[in-house]
Design a protein around this ligand. Structure first.
Ligand code: MRU
Length: 370
């Protein structure tokens, strides 16, 4: 994908400097393009915790590189205990996106089998690179499967513009390339299908306004930013053909956690007969959970995210302004769960399936989901 016409990545190994991982600092977008260097597992944990990187797949990939950085610093005596400590530190950064735990588990399985810290570091680097490369490939395949849905709607509209609503940022900035919810959109745009995206601003951190609008704009995809509360109105007036969101954790029966406000969009979509799809790689499926509302841990974030807005000030600088009276109490649950019954289908790297235990089983027959 591109920023200002040049190829750009969310995370990559600095090939000329061993032991350095570079990330795009997403807290500075869209106003500034800033690259940060991660040199330790602590740096990687801070980047995830402070949301320099965010989005479920990218959180997982960053954690994987974090364990690579940990392996570089591991002592020969007590290597496994050292790596376990770093794993626990990385795992404690954010609770909802299961990709974090998935990536850490996969890394630990390979790295802890190594005979020495040097071998562990080498294995860890290769495994983290593989997870990053796989994420790109999974997003590409999600895009292909989602493209078929968009193509069918375009055909029904006799080539008229397909209006797609999305919430938060499940774009390439949340992954390593293409994104999940945006992959079908980018592929449709590249295939010459006219698409237009309604971008929810996504309060409180405004990932839609800051990140999704930014990346769609950089790729030349027509889009319009709307207030979070506008979706229902747009659907009532036939201005949304399809909703696609990403997910942070999908249970074995198809319930999907995503950025707070996704559930309300799914309710509005159901009331207005608008198809509502969730796009995800299989690393986002938590096969151990069933009832998403009861079981998925929901991150509680700082009240400051509600009390302040952050952005470019009229004077030109970037800063924050307080929007609530001093002393106002605020609560900030970061995610909500959309029950499977409100989801038209799950778009995965293996195809599109109903959001149900049986649906997931058709695509992933080897997984145990009850
Ligand atoms: O808090 P964030 O920005 O990490 O939340 C991100 C989302 O909710 C995304 O929609 C989700 O991770 C899917 S990313 C492909």
């Amino acid at each position: 994908m591109r920023i200002h016409g040049k190829p750009a990545w969310t995370i990559w190994l600095a090939t000329e400097t061993p032991g350095v991982v570079r990330i795009l600092d997403q807290r500075r977008l869209p106003h500034e393009v800033v690259v940060l260097e991660l040199r330790t597992a602590e740096d990687a944990a801070a980047a995830i915790r402070d949301m320099a990187v965010r989005g479920a797949p990218l959180i997982g990939v960053t954690a994987a590189y974090g364990l690579y950085l940990a392996a570089l610093a591991a002592p020969a005596a007590g290597m496994t205990a050292f790596l376990e400590k770093k794993r626990a530190m990385l795992a404690a950064t954010r609770p909802t996106a299961v990709n974090l735990f998935w990536a850490l588990e996969r890394m630990m399985q390979t790295v802890c089998a190594a005979a020495s810290p040097a071998a562990a570091a080498d294995t860890a680097r290769r495994e983290a690179e593989a997870i990053r490369a796989e994420d790109m490939e999974l997003c590409r395949r999600i895009g292909e499967h989602g493209l078929a849905l968009i193509r069918a709607i375009a055909a029904r509209k006799n080539g008229g513009t397909v209006n797609i609503l999305t919430h938060c940022n499940a774009g390439w900035l949340a992954c390593c390339d293409l994104g999940t919810a945006t992959a079908p959109i980018y592929q449709a745009h590249r295939a010459g299908i006219p698409v237009h995206v309604w971008v929810d601003e996504t309060r409180p951190r405004n990932q839609g306004a800051s990140l999704t609008a930014f990346e769609l704009g950089q790729e030349g995809v027509p889009h319009t930013l709307v207030a979070d509360n506008a979706g229902g109105h747009l659907m009532q007036h036939g201005r949304v053909d399809l909703a696609i969101t990403g997910a942070d954790r999908v249970t074995a029966r198809g319930d999907a956690a995503n950025k707070i406000g996704t559930y309300l969009k799914a309710l509005a979509a159901r009331d207005n007969h608008v198809p509502f799809y969730v796009a995800l790689p299989s690393s986002t499926i938590d096969w151990t959970l069933d009832d998403g509302v009861a079981e998925i841990p929901i991150e509680e974030r700082s009240a400051d995210e509600i009390l302040y807005m952050h952005g470019r000030l009229d004077g030109g600088g970037v800063g924050r302004v307080r929007i609530a009276p001093d002393g106002t109490p605020a609560a900030n649950p970061g995610f909500d769960v959309t029950p499977a019954r409100l989801i038209t289908g799950l778009i995965t790297e293996r195809g599109v399936c109903p959001a149900s235990r049986d649906g997931l089983r058709t695509l992933f027959p080897k997984r145990k989901n009850g």
